[in-house]
Design a protein around this ligand. Structure first.
Ligand code: NAD
Length: 255
């Protein structure tokens, strides 16, 4: 399914080794690895809490152990998960398209587990901790009765992720801005387009003249993208990859 401005074959023809591609991924790409999206994650034990209480500086100050335990639970889910073929194809794209910029809103590390080496983790990583006072980095430590403390300044350790109400790293935003300003093709995979600033990237790329593509289970952004590919992220990426392979084999063969 597409918005009619370009079809899937038209997209494949645009994907040359020289094409500057920006891919933005969200929770949907990891859903097929069994990682719940943000709101799905609030099942059972956690359903009585609001996301803002579990993922904000205020929530952490009010009840640090609760927040730490919630992240420890999520991290354990992530450690049990494996990257899926969607992550793997994007890892292969790093070799296939030397001008690829892969940006993720996910904190699960599954792109790296699939082999991607240059991932912009705009919302941080669930696998790292930083301290509250100075943001000293720390590897993951389990909480006992209280949350662990920083070895350098003794302030509380928290997950190295961006919470509601927190600013994104300015250097990361500048890198993303540069990539968007120069990109030829922008592809958003498995993201609802509700969480800013990522929600604005598609329009930024469009204004820079890029072809814009959305891959999503739902009809996201159909009125403003050049191509909406509706369905499972891994299936669509596999389909794109096999069309791309066929096309490049055809180009290599004589005649
Ligand atoms: P979201 O939960 O708001 O939206 C997920 C999107 O993915 C939806 O539009 C849904 O239709 C789509 N989707 C679900 N399954 C899909 C599939 N199999 N194939 C294609 N599309 C699918 O997620 P978001 O837009 O990333 O924003 C939520 C915030 O929560 C982000 O900031 C993110 O950091 C965070 N988060 C991260 C993780 C993770 O690290 N895996 C998980 C949950 C939430």
């Amino acid at each position: 399914m597409n918005s009619g401005k370009i079809d899937e074959q038209g997209l494949i023809q645009q994907l040359l080794p020289s094409t500057r591609i920006v891919v933005l991924t969200g929770a949907g790409i990891s859903a097929e690895s069994g990682i719940p999206t943000f709101r799905d994650a609030q099942d059972g034990l956690w359903s009585q809490f609001r996301p803002e209480d579990l993922a904000s500086p205020e929530g952490f100050r009010k009840n640090p152990k609760l927040v730490f335990d919630w992240y420890a639970w999520r991290r354990n889910k992530v450690l049990e998960a494996r990257p899926n073929s969607g992550h793997q194809i994007l890892a292969a794209w790093e070799q296939q398209f030397p001008h690829l910029t892969l940006i993720t809103q996910n904190v699960d590390g599954l792109h790296q587990a699939a082999g991607s080496q240059q991932v912009i983790e705009m919302h941080g990583s669930i696998h790292r901790l930083v301290c509250m006072r100075q943001r000293h980095p720390s590897p993951w430590v389990e909480a006992a009765d209280t949350v662990p403390l920083c070895a350098l300044c003794a302030s509380q350790l928290r997950p190295d992720v961006v919470w509601f109400g927190e600013m994104l790293d300015r250097g990361i935003l500048q890198r993303i801005g540069r990539a968007l300003a120069q990109c030829d093709v922008f592809i958003a995979v498995g993201t609802s387009g509700l969480v800013y600033p990522a929600a604005g990237f598609l329009d930024e790329a469009r204004h820079a003249g890029a072809l814009t593509v959305v891959i999503n289970k739902e009809k996201v952004g159909e009125d403003r993208v050049d191509l909406l590919l509706q369905g499972s992220a891994s299936e669509i990426l596999q389909r794109l990859q096999s069309s791309w392979n066929q096309r490049s084999q055809g180009m290599d063969s004589p005649g």
